[in-house]
Design a protein around this ligand. Structure first.
Ligand code: HEC
Length: 85
């Protein structure tokens, strides 16, 4: 019985971590990107299709100053959450 409980707890723990990791993908962006300017709308407008496009736009584009504090991991997480290639 104890073993079953341990497995159940482990599964819940892993699922919890996974959903937290997913939420963290866009969490940093959502501080600024809300309402009319959600990240997915911005990405569509800027015609960003790949993770490399996203990095290039945010690192070298006209809004690079706004995105300076974001780490490469933040951009990677966002690209994954947005399902960019
Ligand atoms: C400090 C606030 C802030 C944060 C954090 C932020 N952004 Fe932005 N972002 C902006 C502003 C302001 C603009 C310009 C909005 C406009 O053009 O109306 C912008 C524009 C963009 C654009 C369009 C760029 C262009 O050149 O057209 C994209 C794509 C974008 N953000 C993606 C992201 C992603 C992905 C994240 C998270 C990893 C993020 N942003 C985090 C403030 C922020």
């Amino acid at each position: 019985m104890k073993k079953v409980l341990a497995v159940v707890v482990a599964v819940i723990f892993v699922l919890g971590l996974a959903s937290f990791g997913f939420a963290a993908g866009l969490e940093k962006c959502e501080k600024c990107h809300k309402g009319e300017k959600t990240v997915d709308k911005m990405v569509a407008k800027a015609k960003i299709a790949t993770a490399a496009d996203l990095t290039k736009t945010l690192r070298e584009g006209p809004k690079k100053a706004m995105h300076k504090p974001l780490t490469d991991d933040d951009l990677k997480g966002a690209a994954e959450a947005l399902k960019l290639k």
